[in-house]
Design a protein around this ligand. Structure first.
Ligand code: ATP
Ligand code: MG
Length: 652
């Protein structure tokens, strides 16, 4: 194991498997070889502004831009002087082309109902709803809060906002009234859009009830539009609440897209809250639109005949960028599913893939770990031969989970794009381009053209190759965060102060001898054992490579001699039993895989790990439990409070 200098993180991961792009895939891909990637990367790195300026011509401009970038650290202005509209680029741009009658959205409801919108149909609905918003007094620059189930009307609402220059703030439909009110107040939202209820695992989620409670505490919100999704009884407050279908019945379908300045805000979106209180990330019009369009084309290599399915919820950035704005700007067919992966049973995703002949499937490691836990027979019962490309996002993927995904879902023929990015980055930053870059399981591989990362120590200087450190992005990119809503100071301190001039993303990474990046976990989560700084993901990946372990989270807890001891929390694969014997075996396994330094002092068996509502493990809460402390910090984004309570009980 390499000794690391102060501030650097030791690298203990030994992963040497390499999966080159399948030749049939590469032959047809937009970027079809390492040489093609390297050429494009170099072109972008040599002159990023010329590179993005050239690509930006692909958008529709009401007024051309005069300057590609005006960088006033930490504030970026892209495509200065230009005017465009995101809803126009997603919809109008395809009308009058062979795409106008192509499926833009294919939707599957949890109970099994289904709808398809062509580009022309979607355009019409969006125009009508844009007029509905105008009719209720929504103006350019107003914030519209959206709290809806995963139904087509959610995408319609977002595109309608974009069409008239209203700023949407979508809040995930699993959040509580408190969380909605917090976000409404932080954003000074004017109008709320919701539904009577939504389906989740066969249960009705009472969205309108939550909204009623939230609006009692959201003084800026004056009106509320309610979609009838389920048909359950809801309270409608006279003068404040309006039915979606009643307003739409009277709305005109004529609503030209408003020319928007490149830097006019498009949306606010709150981060997941893995590391603390969620931040209201601001994204703007032209740069975001360009970046999500190009990354959709490069990374998913979408073709007109593809059915593309991203399983994220639109309440997270992945849904914004890669269910709605990216795929629609690229003229793709985007599939949207309303419900849970295990409703009515654990085969639902595979049934959907078979039913719609899905070609591209993009999901999260937390889902993949659940699939593994549920067992292969759910997968085996379905025909997945339509798949040609797989993706992951949201957390690092442990190599063994990657191998399962590759074998079981991808049939060993589909490339996997492990995409590293953040709410703040707006779109995918690093990934193995599927036709060009050989993949190493567990690595997000290489930066996309125009993205220039670096790994630095706490002094801001690049670390020695192969060692871990802070991941920074050295040059502005078009979809970068434009600010934290209402808090310029926090924006500057969080991202542009520890390493001046560079964007500090908050994750640790290392770059190996082949120029491949490995995300090592959050900066705040690093363990410090006897002066050695260890990253979370490597210990966890070692544990997950044992057949008994389904999921693992590692944290440091105070230790008199070592500074910190390694504590791990593991959930087991069906059929394995917790106990002293397994504890001993797992310690031996980590010793063999990584070395003595990383052997856990404490192994906690648990039925579930605390996660954010977007499915990410919340290690900061486990740190408190491992140390026997009260929970400190924000817990509003936890998925299931009872997990925390049970973990505490186990400690007694
Ligand atoms: P908060 O910023 O409030 O703590 P969050 O960081 O979880 O929340 P997101 O923006 O949804 O909110 O998540 C981005 C983070 O997710 C990244 O910084 C990284 O830690 C993790 N992540 C996303 N994709 C990957 C990936 N492919 N590999 C490793 N980590 C990833
Ligand atoms: Mg974050």
């Amino acid at each position: 194991m390499a000794e690391a200098k102060s501030g650097q993180i030791v690298n203990v991961m030994k992963e040497s498997r390499l999966f080159p792009p399948p030749p049939e895939f590469a032959a047809k891909a937009r970027i079809g070889s390492m040489e093609a990637y390297e050429k494009l990367y170099k072109e972008a790195a040599d002159d990023p502004e010329a590179f993005w300026g050239k690509l930006a011509k692909e958008l529709h401009w009401f007024k051309p831009f005069e300057k590609v970038l005006d960088w006033q650290e930490p504030f970026a202005n892209w495509f200065v002087g230009g005017q465009t509209n995101v809803s126009y680029n997603c919809l109008d741009a395809h009308l009058g082309t062979p795409r106008q009658n192509k499926a833009a959205l294919i939707w599957e409801g949890e109970p099994g109902d289904s709808r398809v919108y062509t580009y022309q149909m979607l355009h019409r609905e969006v125009c009508k709803f844009a007029n509905v918003l105008k009719g209720l007094g929504v103006k350019k620059g107003d914030v519209v809060a959206v709290y809806m189930p995963m139904v087509p009307e959610l995408a319609i609402a977002m595109l309608a906002c974009a069409r008239i220059g209203a700023i949407h703030s979508v809040v995930f439909g699993g959040f509580s009234a408190e969380a909605i009110a917090d976000r409404n107040n932080d954003a000074s939202a004017k109008l709320q859009i919701t539904a009577d209820a939504g389906w989740r695992r066969g249960k009705q989620i009472p969205l309108k009830v939550n909204v009623d409670e939230a609006l009692a505490k959201s003084p800026t919100v004056k009106k509320c539009i309610v979609l009838k999704r389920i048909g359950c009884a809801v309270n409608m407050q006279e003068g404040r609440d309006f039915w979606w279908h009643e307003l739409m019945a009277k709305a005109s379908a004529d609503c030209p897209a408003e020319p928007m300045d490149s830097e006019d805000p498009l949306f606010i979106l709150y981060t997941s809250g893995s590391t603390g209180k969620p931040k209201g990330v601001k994204h703007t019009t032209a740069g975001y639109n360009l970046f999500v369009k190009k990354t959709t084309e490069w990374v998913f290599d979408i073709r007109d005949e593809d059915v593309y399915w991203c399983t994220a919820d639109i309440g997270w950035v992945t849904g914004h960028s890669y269910i709605v704005y990216g795929p629609l700007s690229a003229g793709a067919t985007s599939l949207m599913y309303e419900g849970a992966p295990n409703a009515p049973d654990e085969g639902r995703f595979w049934e959907i893939i078979e039913k719609y002949r899905v070609n591209i499937f993009y999901t999260a490691p937390t889902a993949i770990r659940a699939f593994i836990k549920w067992g292969d027979h759910w997968v085996d019962a379905h025909d997945l031969s339509s798949l040609r490309l797989l993706g992951t996002v949201g957390e690092g993927i442990n190599p063994e989970a990657w191998m399962w995904y590759h074998r079981k879902i991808g049939g060993e023929r589909c490339p996997i794009v492990d995409t590293w990015w953040q709410t703040e980055t707006g779109g995918i930053m690093m990934t193995p381009l599927p036709g060009a870059i050989p993949t190493k399981p567990g690595s997000c591989c290489k930066p996309l053209p125009g993205i220039i990362p670096e790994v630095v120590g706490e002094d801001g200087k690049p670390v020695e190759p192969g060692n871990g450190g802070w991941l920074v992005i050295t040059k502005p990119w078009p979809a970068m965060i434009r600010g934290i809503w209402g808090d310029d100071e926090r924006f500057k301190i969080q991202y542009y102060s520890d390493v001046p001039g560079k964007y500090l993303c908050g994750d640790n990474a290392r770059c190996d001898e082949d120029g491949y990046y490995w995300i090592m976990g959050r900066i705040d989560d690093v363990l410090n054992v006897s002066g050695h700084r260890l990253s979370t993901i490597e210990i966890e990946s070692a544990l997950v490579s044992h057949p008994a372990v389904a999921e693992a989270a590692s944290v440091g807890r105070p230790h008199d001699l070592k500074g910190e001891a390694v504590a791990v929390f593991v959930t087991l694969t069906n059929g394995f039993e917790a106990g002293e014997a397994l504890r001993k075996e797992l310690k031996g396994h980590v010793r063999k895989e990584i070395g003595a330094l990383a052997v856990p002092d404490d192994i906690h068996f648990t039925a579930a790990l605390p996660k954010t509502r977007s499915g990410k493990i919340m290690r900061r809460l486990l740190r408190d439990i491992a140390a026997g402390r009260e929970t400190v910090g924000d817990t509003t984004t936890i998925e299931d409070y009872s997990v925390l309570a049970r973990l505490r009980q186990d400690e007694d």
